[in-house]
Design a protein around this ligand. Sequence first.
Ligand code: NAD
Ligand code: LMR
Length: 335
Amino acid sequence: MVKVTVCGAAGGIGQPLSLLLKINPNVDELSLFDVVNVPGVGADLSHINSDSATASFLPSSREDKTALAESLKGTDLVIIPAGVPRKPGMTRDDLFNINAGIIKGLAEGIAEHAPKAFVLVISNPVNSTVPIVAETLKQKGVYDPKRLFGVTTLDIVRANTFIAQAGKAKASQFNVNVIGGHSGETIVPLYSIGASKSYYEKLSAEEQKALIHRVQFGGDEVVQAKNGAGSATLSMAYAGYRLAESILKALTSSEEVVECTFLDLDSSIKGAAEAKKLVKGLDFFSLPVKLGKAGIEEVKYDVLNQVSDDEKKLLEVAIDQLSKNIEKGVAFAQK
Ligand code: NAD
Ligand code: LMR
């Protein structure tokens, strides 16, 4: 029996993500938590004739901790798209002041009521919110780095789509490794590796630069197009679902499943120590990982040895920015 909890289920990402989870045959119980509107979302989804059960949980007041506790009890996977999105002119880091507290509160609930769950963090700024969850779980003595995932999958989805457009190819043939973090220049697409290489090499230097920039700042395109009404929700729900589906596949089958995720490069994870050395000792970084029943089973750090000279330069910038984002998250959680 697999139970999945979505925290922030009534939001722009939460609703379509919950819809996709509702129709996944590997999900037996779908638990929806939000601080507004969630009974309606739950009632609506519950009419879908998939085999999973749906339940929604809304706190009765700011002090009510029971709804979160009930939503998390016995859950295997917690997905967190709770928090505020960007408006035009804002950076993801501008969301820190509001979202850091929301994430910390949810992580405390997870530590208490679902300490063994896999936790997928969507809320921005991911480069800082993931360290906040790690630090909070550590403080509560229940931290297992193999079970914590920063969701960067939208960057991979965009990288695939944009190279397909540039190369007049089908997007489905690409699975570009996008490593680093999830904001601006911390996002590093490795087009020089795998199926994208031959398409990428056909582009002029200027086109290559524009393509990298588009992946790094793809979020801004959506924020501007939505013009004050939020950021990516539908493509994000798709991307978050892709990672969740891969984790569920790894949990319920013996298939080899690899996805990129922003993870803690803790030495208890195979390949993490080697990866850490290659990224100047950063504690968190997004890399392809092999998923298994325990969560993150192995970091596929070898991509770091295969990067082109141009990608090396991008990584230098990413590492520098990431270290500050990570420190900010850790400092907040330790306050
Ligand atoms: P939204 O405002 O539409 O929805 C957020 C939901 O979170 C709301 O329903 C709100 O009530 C809920 N919420 C607020 N505080 C909560 C709490 N304490 N517990 C539970 N729920 C709570 O926003 P959205 O568009 O769904 O975006 C959500 C977050 O995801 C933002 O921070 C956004 O920047 C981020 N995001 C990340 C990625 C990524 O690639 N990782 C992509 C897109 C958006
Ligand atoms: C994205 O990449 O679309 C998200 O991180 C949302 C944002 O603020 O851009």
